[in-house]
Design a protein around this ligand. Sequence first.
Ligand code: AMP
Ligand code: ZN
Length: 139
Amino acid sequence: MKDDSCIFCKIANGEIPSNTIYEDGEFRVILDLGPASKGHALILPKSHYKDICEADQAVAEKLFPLAAKLGGAMKQSLGASGFNVVQNNGTSAGQTVFHLHVHVIPRYDGGPQMVAWNPQEANNDELKATAKVIRDTLG
Ligand code: AMP
Ligand code: ZN
């Protein structure tokens, strides 16, 4: 299913040109226009899902293997020494384009740290309570 108002639907389906590095029947992988590093790529499913929660399982389960394949190719072709796989869901998580996509970001020795957060002090009672509330919701 496509969404006519979605730019990533148009890119994934070839209606808008992109710097494509991989394509098959279900996915197009493009270079990000605002890269965090040289080679920063986005895996776009050709079908429209707002985020990972809405994705078909058959599509979702192919994302990690494809990210691994791309990361390996980035190490070989660009000299990256590692890579991050990042996927944002919701505005509070930094999602700005509401068509499911996975970032594959090559990392280079001596380069800037691009995916980081400030670790907070953890309170054991709070960790226990948080674990319980999520576990109970999962069932
Ligand atoms: P997110 O913040 O996870 O929603 O990521 C959206 C990403 O899409 C950002 O890294 C943008 O730089 C990138 N982006 C937005 N529009 C385009 C476009 N037309 N072509 C390539 N990358 C894009
Ligand atoms: Zn879309």
